[in-house]
Design a protein around this ligand. Sequence first.
Ligand SMILES: NC(=O)C1=CN([C@@H]2O[C@H](COP(=O)(O)OP(=O)(O)OC[C@H]3O[C@@H](n4cnc5c(N)ncnc54)[C@H](O)[C@@H]3O)[C@@H](O)[C@H]2O)C=CC1
Ligand SMILES: O=C([O-])CC(=O)C(=O)O
Length: 320
Amino acid sequence: MARPKIALIGAGQIGGTLAHLAAMKELGDVVLFDIAEGTPQGKALDIAESGPSEGFDAALKGTNDYADIAGADVCIVTAGVPRKPGMSRDDLLGINLKVMKSVGEGIAKHAPNAFVICITNPLDAMVWALREFSGLPHEKVCGMAGVLDSARFRHFLSLEFGVSMKDVTAFVLGGHGDTMVPLVRYSTVGGIPLPDLVKMGWTTQDKLDQIVQRTRDGGAEIVGLLKTGSAFYAPATSAIEMAEAYLKDQKRVLPCAAYVDGAYGLNGLYVGVPTVIGAGGVEKVIDITLDGDEQGMFTKSVDAVKGLVEACKGIDSALA
Ligand SMILES: NC(=O)C1=CN([C@@H]2O[C@H](COP(=O)(O)OP(=O)(O)OC[C@H]3O[C@@H](n4cnc5c(N)ncnc54)[C@H](O)[C@@H]3O)[C@@H](O)[C@H]2O)C=CC1
Ligand SMILES: O=C([O-])CC(=O)C(=O)O
């Protein structure tokens, strides 16, 4: 049986890391696409040359021609611009919206049956725009953010509790911005919800509040340290987890920016929610019950995403 084909649209920091991870995990053959001439070709060759030592079987190709993504099973989109210190993700909206238009058209023409994972920021608005420009079914287009934000939350919690990251679960909902909602009540250590761990005296509410804020600021913390761009190892790993769930029909329960129509009282909006990802793409949106405080934070985050979607419509009349 032929290997799956994975198209990576954008061969920058995340794109290159995605290609390396996909090859090392033997998820399929990889095509790296970018408008920069030489970059995707150079990265594809470099990674292919790591194959003999690593021992993976995967073909890698770099290209500047959308025709080479033909028939891709998965497309992961990182094309666009990352932020620099002092910028918010939302500052990227105008420039990256134009990129989503050409990427959406390229995918629609050459890989209309792919499962598409958007990473480009500002994430929730960009995945909405990419879906609009591509015209693909909503369940086949989603955005990566919740897996990353939840992984950051889990990492910080594991440091606080001094336990393995494997034993920490966490969910972060809402838009991938300053208003994201780390859900303390639905996050656990060894199955014990965080509020119970406060009652048990293993941590304090104050420490949890600080971890929640560090999670919300997780992207900015890395931007401040790197200075020339944003995080790429953990973002790439998170998207690969989603791609693998689709390719292997794993039915993973993963938070992602999914099209929510009906659940959470929403009427057709891309925003971070828990989902089930399998061979059908985003097969289910899990409509968890939120208490008053959680609902208030989620509504604020949803409103921020709605504002960005309206801004997109203002910039490109084809979206209005
Ligand atoms: N959703 C999330 O959780 C995260 C999102 N991001 C976002 O991911 C995006 C990519 O980040 P990096 O890989 O670090 O950036 P990068 O600058 O290293 O790579 C972006 C690549 O896109 C290419 N590109 C630009 N316009 C293009 C077009 N029209 N078609 C094809 N390729 C094009 C550039 O040549 C460049 O190689 C940024 O928007 C960043 O903000 C970054 C981290 C996490
Ligand atoms: O912060 C950024 O600009 C990149 C990003 O979305 C993240 O790392 O969460």
